[in-house]
Design a binder for this molecule. Structure first.
Ligand code: EPS
Length: 367
């Protein structure tokens, strides 16, 4: 069985929840490591004042005993500290007493680029809040917690996942990216950017060409495109490969006793035909600028049908660095799922034994 993940939760509701199934029993989880990723997701230049309200921490409700998985569904929770300001407005049950706090008035000014307009039409809402609460990127907090569990499984296989923000608002390099974010903030505007994920230690043979569902390139693209605001995903040399001749687009095959089979280039980014090829996995994804602008774009008031400025709410100037941590998490989840599908095992010991037997069979050494 491979892994499954379901997340739930509204941005200003009581909590965010993730349920993971298919984990082997006996996998050791380190709460501090998961919380560290939650902290990394909250940090980054250009983040919103909301981050001063939240201190995200993982709680576990099921599936874990004394730090080790039980092989049963694992339920993770990240509370929304801000919910205390929305007790009436985001009450799960019909609220009691006079309206108070935030979220008491219907939002009728849809923001271009957010889910707002399409969602109110689709779901027959008269309050945009019903859509934006779930469309919000807030729930990526619990996605990151789930990614932390996946990273623990990958770490047991000596696989490590890292990320880097390589571009914000078209600027490269730490200083230029900060400058771009400062300028956008001054102009009450927002920025997007590009992150790169690298994964080391993956053996050849995860994923498969057999079905679309098993193609790891498809799964990674699906997972990354599922992150709010992501508009493009690239694996290896990606788009640039389309502009080259075949002689400069592929990774020639070599073999010696020290490495087994290996490549001297990695244009494929570690994936051929949806299967890992034993090289470093390299994936980039790009997010558009955030749609909540302090200098609002043109919209229409849904209550009157008249032209109006879009909703202005507390927002980030850019969240590209946060997106890097989220991208790590979703890529880690797909890789852990592919590893579980390949090596199986009801216990982590069985999974590691199958992994070791496989490495002993193939002619490949970890680069
Ligand atoms: C978001 C809007 C902002 C962001 C939020 C994503 O939230 P709020 O409306 O509460 O100010 O801060 O992201 C987070 C809360 C988070 O933890 O990442 C949106 O509309 O997507």
């Amino acid at each position: 069985m491979s892994l499954t993940l379901v997340t739930a939760g509204e941005s200003h509701g009581p909590a965010l929840v993730a349920i993971l199934t298919g984990l082997p029993a006996g996998l050791e989880l380190d709460r501090a490591k998961i919380d560290h990723d939650l902290l990394r997701r909250q940090q980054g230049y250009g983040r919103s004042p909301r981050q001063q309200i939240e201190t995200d921490r993982v709680e576990v409700l099921t599936g874990l005993r004394q730090g080790r998985t039980l092989g049963t569904p694992l339920t993770l929770v990240v509370r929304n500290a801000d919910h205390k300001n929305w007790l009436w407005g985001m009450s799960p049950w019909p609220p009691e007493g006079e309206p108070s706090g935030k979220g008491t008035k219907a939002v009728t000014l849809p923001r271009p680029g957010h889910a707002d307009l399409a969602a109110v039409m689709k779901y027959d809402y008269d309050d945009v809040r019903n859509a934006l609460e779930r469309a919000s990127a807030r729930h990526t907090a619990v996605t990151v917690a789930a990614g932390g569990v996946a990273k623990a499984l990958l770490a047991a296989l000596a696989v490590t996942v890292s990320s880097e923000t390589i571009e914000v608002g078209g600027a490269h390099g730490e200083a230029a990216m900060r400058e771009a974010m400062d300028a956008a903030k001054t102009d009450r505007d927002t920025l997007g950017g590009v992150v790169e994920i690298r994964v080391d230690g993956l053996p050849p043979g995860l994923g498969s060409y057999v079905t679309k569902e098993e193609r790891l390139d498809a799964r990674i693209a699906w997972a990354l495109m599922g992150i709010q605001a992501v508009k493009s995903v690239e694996i290896g040399d990606g788009l640039d490969l389309a502009r080259r001749r075949g002689s400069l687009a592929h990774d020639e095959i070599f073999r010696d006793d020290e490495h087994g089979f290996y490549r001297r280039t990695n244009r494929a980014g570690g994936l051929e035909a949806g299967i890992t090829d034993g090289e470093q996995l390299v994936v980039r994804c790009a997010m558009k600028p955030l749609p909540t602008l302090m200098k609002p774009l043109q919209s229409v008031d849904l209550a009157t049908g008249e032209p109006a400025a879009a909703l202005v709410e507390r927002s980030d100037t850019a969240a590209v660095e946060a997106m890097a941590v989220i991208a790590e998490a979703v890529v880690a989840f797909e890789l852990a799922s592919a590893a579980k599908a390949k090596f199986g095992g009801d216990s982590i010991g069985d999974l590691l034994a199958a992994h070791a037997a496989y490495l002993a069979r193939i002619d490949w050494r970890r680069p």
